[in-house]
Design a binder for this molecule. Structure first.
Ligand SMILES: CNc1nc2cc3c(cc2[nH]1)N=C(N)NC3
Ligand SMILES: [Zn+2]
Length: 371
């Protein structure tokens, strides 16, 4: 097995890269989209469904799994892979985003962040070291450092102080689990808000530390699409070319393509699974909402160009009926299709970079998804 953390770039097309990241639970072909499985499950799908659609890696969440069922309970069951019977790679977010996007009380200090449980309101405290210890208990293949996620609109002064602390926290995370001390990888997270010089400073500080990969954090927090794209295009090239670049919490199909064109290798977003549950489905011809009356007696598949279980076996009319009846199967079939669509899009992206046709693929989806 290739040493976990090894990242090889096989081909490029402009700034887009086709690579392979090795982990203790297998290799990940990049660019990659990572389905979100916050509580150790991708809502409404089984590991078998995810393997069928060639999901290579899924996300879990430190904040949620620490609160319930508890990271030590998961460790006693052999870790998150064994507990959830998902034997491919897992990336866990540190809880930084959840804690800082939580409404209500939280106390931030140099030592860490105090917050209340969304389940029962009980008080908890995450230091950078604690956030890593939880991920060590979960046994995830890629651990994220604890960072402070400043909200959209934070002023320059606050953003500057925050990124300096995020760098100090990143150092503490790395010292808690030094590079090479085990099979788990650790990614730093670049902050700096929407100030390019602060993004540059955050990247310079973090990239001097021995992380196996680097994430762009603090985006997709309410800013406009052009503002997000501007920061991605500014920040991605600042990250080491020989390490994977991960854009957190992004995005629509067009966002994925734009990020890959800027040199991003990994992305995650709740959009495909969350939208599936409210009937918004992504197809090769654009977005459709299955609850529309127009589909009441439409016997055609959701997407004639999609080869997924949902599109091969059910009509729009039936999918609309399930959604209007709030049947559980609606969640499952809609989620199956949306994630299959995202994963298939990224397969087309990987193929297009290999044969130098990424720009054409991007243009085709831009036409289909023009606002
Ligand atoms: C949905 N948007 C989004 N932006 C994010 C930004 C971050 C994140 C998760 C996100 N999700 N996790 C972190 N630990 N830090 C940065
Ligand atoms: Zn489909």
């Amino acid at each position: 097995m290739t040493k976990p953390g090894t990242f090889v770039v096989h081909a490029t097309d402009g700034n887009a890269r086709r690579g392979t990241l090795s982990t203790a639970h297998g290799d990940i072909q990049t660019p990659i989209f990572m389905p979100v499985g916050t509580q150790g499950t991708v809502k409404s799908l089984s590991p078998q469904d995810l393997e069928e659609m060639n999901a290579q890696i899924i996300l879990g969440n430190t904040y949620h799994l620490y609160l319930r069922p508890g990271d030590e309970l998961v460790a006693r069951r052999g870790g998150l892979h064994k507990f959830s019977n998902w034997n491919r790679p897992i990336l866990t977010d540190s809880g930084g985003f959840q804690v800082f996007s939580l409404k209500g009380i939280r106390k931030l200090s140099e030592e860490g962040v105090e917050f209340r449980s969304y389940i029962d309101g009980s008080k908890h405290f995450f230091s950078p070291e604690k956030a890593i210890e939880i991920q060590m208990n979960l046994g995830s293949d890629i651990m994220m450092v604890l960072d402070e996620c400043v909200g959209y609109g934070a002023d320059r002064g606050y953003t500057e102080k925050s990124l300096e602390m995020t760098t100090r926290w990143a150092k503490r995370c790395r010292e808690r689990y030094p590079a090479g001390s085990g099979d788990q990888l650790m990614f730093g997270i670049v902050q700096g808000g929407f100030f390019k010089d602060l993004r540059t400073r955050s990247a310079e500080q973090l990239c001097s530390l021995p992380f196996e990969g680097f994430a762009i954090g603090g985006l997709s927090v309410g800013e406009s699409i052009p503002e997000m794209y501007e920061q991605v295009h500014h920040t991605a090239p600042l990250l080491p070319a020989e390490k994977p670049r991960y854009l957190m919490g992004v995005g629509t199909p067009l966002d994925l393509l734009e990020a890959v064109s800027a040199g991003v290798d990994m992305l995650d977003c709740v959009l495909p699974s969350r939208n599936a549950r409210n009937g918004t489905l992504f197809t090769s011809q654009g977005k459709i909402n299955i609850k529309k009356a127009a589909y009441k007696e439409d016997d055609s598949p959701l997407d004639p160009n999609c080869n997924c279980y949902t599109c091969r076996n059910f009509s729009k009319a039936y999918l609309r009926h399930l959604y209007m009846s709030k049947e559980l199967l609606s969640y499952r079939l809609n989620t199956y299709h949306n994630l299959y669509f995202y994963l298939d899009l990224m397969q087309q992206v990987r193929d297009s970079i290999e044969n130098g046709t990424f720009a054409q693929l991007k243009a085709r989806y831009e036409d289909a998804y023009a606002a």
